[in-house]
Design a protein. Sequence first.
Length: 427
Amino acid sequence: MNILLLGSGGREHAIAHKIAQSNRCSQLFIAPGNAGTAACGSNVKLDPMDFAAVADFVLTHEVEMLVVGPEAPLVGGVADYFAGRADLRHVKVVGPSRQGAMLEGSKDYAKAFMSRHNIPTARYRTFTRETLADGCAFLDTLQAPYVLKADGLAAGKGVLIESDLATAKAHLEEMLGGKFGAASASVVIEEYLSGIELSVFVLTDDQHYLVLPEAKDYKRIGEGDTGLNTGGMGSVSPVPFADANFMRKVEERIVRPTVQGLQADGIDYHGFIFVGLMNCNGDPYVIEYNVRMGDPETESVFPRIQSDVVELFAHTADGTLDRCTLQVDPRSAACVMMVAGGYPESYAKGHAITLGDDKDDVLVFHCGTKRGDDGTLLTNGGRVICTTALAGSLEEALQHSYARANAISWQDKYMRRDIGQDVLRLM
């Protein structure tokens, strides 16, 4: 079948790489894609938020499957748009409805969903500019550190964790004053959970589900998890503390109640559920939901999936996922992200990239790249390129991934040198 994948980042390159391996894929289009995705299919100059233009392309090119990479089109209702047009209903859409996407589109909505369906999460309350004083009073009842989350989408940067009460109150006022635009018109304040983070990914067809390989990502820009939050500086999969006993708790207490909760609420959901968890002394608690694959977790999770992903996607859209089994590579995957100097704050674009020598055993996924008029590979974003290696041990995978990353260069390139080190200490 002809397939259209929406998105332009490293997540989409990793998904495109796997789709292109499928015998069920005739043509793959990526909109808008990047310099790396061009090697997997045909990049298309389409805005993923222009649903009418996307629909015209789908009809013109006889596209039979739409895979939605980023969250914005899902929160914007692209699945509903296709379901609402008779000439598009035959297209298999991998991505939840607008109501389902609210699990990521609104932190308050997600927390209320968890509360309603008895899914373990941190104690919380939501505040607006009009209730700033109440928000400050609620902070007084909590122990440090203090967690403040913009209610809406903020490109992965809308979460602040502060150890000082006065600073937390000042940040609350800044957020409600527009620090993250409309995304922080409401702010969720929640109790801090102490433990180790874990990302669990679920593929569901609205009735059945498959739990994909788990991963751990690294959000802070600085080594030792210091500095500002980013979209993600690297990831590893599997995670050693996510043993059979812990994952049984995750499935029983979180995954199954989430899928059943969506059914009980009458929410149409065919796609990914990304559950951000905290392992608190062996018990899982939900930090947040996302309604798509994570980035950079996809770059370590998807290379481990040995099943035909197009077949998985087709059964997800058709409601027949119970006919599928998931085959997973038992090896470890390590992803190292390289970013532009200055990221996640201001940074330059347009620097020439040298990729160095190719190594067949290390994957190079493009995140923010483009080709110049003369064909030169150029930086075109904050997160630029990542490398992913698979090996028999995490330590070996990290060695290979870093060796390949070291061979890639451009002006002011930066990467963390401690990805996976905390996990290695647990092994």
